[in-house]
Design a protein around this ligand. Structure first.
Ligand code: HSE
Length: 434
């Protein structure tokens, strides 16, 4: 007996999912032990030209028709957003249907509620495609690393942001120009500020941290900074010092609590992660038994994301007949065994820094700055002062520090900015050696 799928959304990922399911139907059937067939689908405009063949699919402009259809066993939610999609998913769960979704905002913001409802109904909710597109990172952490205590993870988990930073560094291209290209290629979110302001990465980091540490989803506690403040000048200075700037999501399990942060980060060029370019994603995981493992691949795109959706479909189909107690828990740890360890505030986080400031080229400036840093127990790792440009009196002073408590750094920056020989704000970017 085939398993019937109802697809919500026939855009980039929805179309890709239909294409992969149709093209690889034989392989998929051999793996699943039965056929997996999209029988119903909804789209805002069913007349629209599609990237897939929908001849054998019953189309509707009302997603509720799909969600309420008794012939459909699994709902694949590919609409995005977290309002309509939430209602539809909760509705489908109430109807006893299993869920596969690529929707990171939905899981990060409403996952706790959705899993509770799903547990009550005894249905599965699978979300591999929500994080890092085609990279099977959820499965790797949840199942492959299940014997480990995960210490931290750091990932390039927004393809659009990585594409922009790569093009700025390699070709000196303009920020907005590269963003427009990412939108044309279908990588960017419907609202591209989600990509460039770090919100998309924060959604994904929320999910990764929960399955890594067994904590509830806490999107609102992620410290989030985007890439809009990164200038060509900083990209070049970082490079000169031996670093690439990457937009990272970092989750770290510390004695005091969990650090959850998304921000541009200088990482040494010698790191593999520093060489993940373009739209590619990668996640580096440090775990106690295995050590470091790195997962790399396409983080966005039609069939790359469909690859994860289809893998989830296979998992769900194979586990449909299993007792709910024997299925893999939603967040990798048993729902009644999630930890309440606190998420640290930004001021409690510890990281190294790259600082750039415009200073007057005169005696005593350096000693005043190093005095302030020293007073806050901030140790300097490297320092360069650039020659003043012609007819200019100010010079760029760049300092790389060692790891420090963020609150100490913010106090030091306030004091440095108050010095009369410092002009304007100090640019500061976090730095990690990983
Ligand atoms: N906008 C996202 C990105 C798509 O650029 O990574 C995949 O989640």
């Amino acid at each position: 007996m085939p398993v019937n799928i109802g697809l919500l959304g026939l855009g980039t990922v929805g179309g890709g999912t239909v294409n992969v399911l149709q093209r690889n139907a034989d392989e998929i059937t051999r793996r699943a032990g039965c056929e997996i067939v999209v029988t119903h689908a909804s789209a805002r405009n069913i007349q629209k030209q599609r990237i897939c063949n929908t001849d054998t699919i019953q189309l509707s402009e009302n997603p509720l028709e799909v969600v309420n259809n008794p012939d459909v066993a699994i709902i694949v939610e590919l609409i995005g957003g977290d309002s309509l999609s939430k209602d539809l998913v909760l509705n489908a769960i109430a109807n006893g249907k299993h869920i596969v979704t690529a929707n990171k905002a939905l899981i990060a913001k409403h996952g706790n509620e959705i899993f509770k409802a799903a547990q009550k109904q005894g249905v599965m909710v699978a979300f591999e495609a929500a994080v890092a597109g085609g990279i099977p990172i959820i499965k790797a952490i949840r199942e492959g690393l299940a014997g480990n205590r995960i210490e931290w993870l750091a990932g390039i988990i927004n393809g659009t942001g990585n594409f922009i930073l790569t093009e700025m560094r390699d070709k000196g291209r303009d920020f907005s120009d590269v963003l427009a290209q990412a939108q044309r290629l279908g990588y960017a979110e419907a609202d591209p500020t989600f990509d460039i302001e770090g919100i998309d990465a924060a959604h994904k980091l929320t999910i990764l941290a929960s399955i890594a540490f067994g904590i509830p989803l806490q999107f609102e506690k992620v410290f989030t900074e985007g890439i809009t403040q990164i200038t060509q000048e900083d990209v070049e200075f970082a490079s000169e010092l031996g670093y690439n700037i990457k937009h990272l999501g970092i989750a770290r399990n510390t004695d005091k609590g969990v650090e959850l942060r998304v921000h541009p980060t200088l990482i040494p060029k010698t790191q593999l992660l520093a060489n993940v370019n373009g739209v590619m994603n990668a996640v580096l995981v440090q775990a106690d038994a295995v050590g470091q493992t790195l997962y790399y691949g396409a983080g966005a795109g039609s069939e790359a994301t469909a690859s994860a959706v289809v893998a989830d479909l296979l998992d769900v189909v194979r586990a449909m007949s299993a007792d709910h107690k024997n299925r893999v828990p939603y967040l990798a740890f048993q729902s009644n065994a999630l930890s309440d360890m606190p998420v640290l505030s930004a001021s409690e986080m510890q990281t190294a820094y790259y600082l750039r400031m415009q200073v007057e080229d005169k005696v005593g400036v350096l000693s005043a700055i190093s005095h302030i840093l020293g007073h806050q127990e901030i140790s300097i790792e490297a320092l360069i002062q650039k020659e003043p440009k012609e007819n200019e009196t100010l010079v760029n002073l760049i300092i790389v520090t060692q790891k420090v408590l963020e609150s100490n750094m913010l106090t030091a920056l306030e004091e440095i900015e108050a010095l009369s020989s410092i002009h304007g704000k100090v640019t500061y970017i976090r730095l990690e050696h990983l």
